[in-house]
Design a protein around this ligand. Structure first.
Ligand SMILES: Nc1ncnc2c1ncn2[C@@H]1O[C@H](COP(=O)(O)OP(=O)(O)OP(=O)(O)O)[C@@H](O)[C@H]1O
Ligand code: SF4
Ligand SMILES: [Mg+2]
Length: 477
């Protein structure tokens, strides 16, 4: 309970916007005195007005952009549009300005804001990457023990066609407060890895080896009873498609309470549970007055937020979010990702994001792993994987994804399909689709090679030095 923060992220955003607006108002007032006489007639020419209003627009966008933690330089365009609209509304509503003056003022503001927003985005990205580097420096270092250590994990499913090797020798480490992403095409084993970590596997699943150490304890070795107490309190999960799995006949509060009862038993009084659910609702950006509503009264985005609240209810150290935003539109998707990120930072929690969408992983993680056909083929700091992918699969995956922030480029679709995991290709499982494949690739399975001990960057490919560089300098993590 103690990890619920007092300050709400939404207030921070509000403060940022208020700060930016205050700066604009102050600068405008000061400049207004200079370019406008008391009776309201502009004495300056349009050019002077335009140039003079660049500054308040610039300052406002820098201040609110930095305070709100703008992620991308392109957010400057949003600031610019907002200021343009605000100025037109203000100018038209005031009624005492000529239309030309309104347009010139709006242009001045928004041009300033565009540059200011760009600067805020650049500085924000620089600060984040410096912070991320400070954290990454110890990713491969021995003085920072990982919270979760997955080592050579293998898990297969029995089917009528044979064994499906869904997880094959997967290893990675997750540190406290870190966000790690797992990305890959559909069917590559992302959910199977997650379910293996929680030991929530169907009857036909079988572990074939490896370990999952949480705080040094191997979760694959503990009894089922112990695992039941660790699930949700140590390691929780936002299941793929869970927002559509609410029981329609119970309220959202009743369902979250049931999850908490299972874990805490009679330890918590009704009032404590109610307060806790209210706090969780605040934390994920839901109105706490909604707790007693039924799931069908929530929109898709709200249901997903409530799922996240439920996953947080037992205060876990690690959360696995499996495709947390896939079924949502891009605006709600962005909001939920930002909120998850804020919750993670506020609670100092570790998160594993799972997504087939590489842009989502780029936005919210510091470290990312790329999976192909049940194997982890590339692992490293997200910014490095994006700017200089070493594995041909990652390279081709990125080339097939449009970049929103970067220059236009021709997209190259990723040819072929992932293999049938009942009978995967010999050697490197990517070789039938790989343009760099050699005879060795068809015969020998490449194991993960540590190519940068400082950052822990690893790749499983015999020919990684042949992959061209770089393909998208413009992607910020
Ligand atoms: N219960 C099961 N029984 C048999 N095979 C299964 C079972 N669950 C998953 N598989 C198979 O295991 C492989 C990995 O599936 P998994 O769901 O982990 O992939 P994924 O990367 O999460 O895919 P998606 O992006 O579509 O969610 C696939 O070949 C899938 O068909
Ligand atoms: S090992 Fe060979 S087939 Fe596999 S990704 Fe590397 S070059 Fe391609
Ligand atoms: Mg899945």
């Amino acid at each position: 309970m103690s990890r619920i923060p007092e300050t709400r992220p939404r207030r921070l955003n509000l403060l940022a916007i208020t700060l930016g607006t205050a700066v604009i108002a102050l600068a405008n007032w000061w400049l207004g005195g200079w370019i406008t006489p008391a009776e309201g007639e502009y004495r300056a020419g349009y050019l002077v007005i335009l140039v003079a209003l660049l500054l308040p627009g610039f300052l406002g966008a820098v201040v609110s952009g930095l305070a709100a933690g703008h992620r991308r330089p392109t957010h400057g365009l949003m600031a610019a549009l907002g200021m343009f609209a605000a100025e037109v509304i203000w100018g038209a509503g005031g009624g005492n300005l000529a239309i030309g003056t309104v347009v010139v003022r709006a242009l001045g503001f928004s041009c300033g804001a565009a540059v200011g927003g760009y600067v805020a985005g650049r500085v924000g990205a620089h600060l984040r990457s410096a912070r991320s580097r400070a954290g990454d420096e110890t990713v491969g270092a021995s003085d920072r023990a990982p919270l979760l250590e997955v080592d050579d994990l293998s898990m297969h499913y029995r089917t009528t066609d044979g064994w499906v090797s869904a997880v094959d020798g997967v290893s990675f480490a997750l540190h406290k407060g870190e966000a790690l992403g797992l990305v890959g095409e559909s069917g590559c084993g992302k959910t199977s890895v997650a379910m293996s970590l929680l030991r929530l596997l169907p009857e036909n699943a079988e572990f074939r080896g490896g370990s999952v150490r949480l705080n040094g304890v191997d979760l694959l070795d503990v009894t089922e009873d112990e695992m039941r107490t660790r699930r949700w309190s140590d390691i929780a999960m936002v299941f793929q498609g869970a927002m559509n799995a609410w029981n329609p006949v119970y309220t959202v509060y009743e369902q979250i309470r049931e999850a908490m009862d299972t874990h805490f038993g009679s330890e918590l009084a009704e009032k404590q549970i109610r307060d806790r659910v209210g706090e969780l609702f605040d934390l994920v950006g839901l109105n706490r007055a909604m707790v007693d509503r039924y799931p069908h009264e929530f929109s898709g985005g709200m249901r997903q937020r409530a799922v996240i609240a439920m996953a947080l209810s037992c205060d876990p150290q690690v959360i696995i979010a499996d495709e947390p935003t896939t079924a949502l539109d891009v605006i709600v998707q962005d909001q939920i990702l930002q909120e998850l990120k804020q919750v993670q930072t506020a609670l100092g929690m570790s998160i594993i994001y799972i997504s087939h969408d590489i842009a989502v992983i780029a936005e919210v993680t510091e470290v990312m792993g790329v999976m192909y056909a049940g194997r982890l083929v590339e692992l490293g700091p997200t910014a490095d994987v994006f700017s200089r992918p070493r594995h041909p699969y990652t390279y081709l995956l990125l080339r097939s994804t449009p970049s929103v922030t970067g220059p236009r480029r021709v997209l190259a679709p990723l040819e072929g399909e992932p293999p049938n995991l009942v009978d995967p290709p010999t050697g490197c499982r990517f070789h039938p689709r790989c343009p760099y494949a050699t005879q060795r690739c068809r015969e020998e399975n490449p194991t993960m090679e540590l190519i940068d001990p400082q950052s822990g960057y690893s790749v499983a490919c015999w020919n990684w030095t042949s992959v061209p560089v770089p393909i998208r300098k413009d992607v910020e993590a």
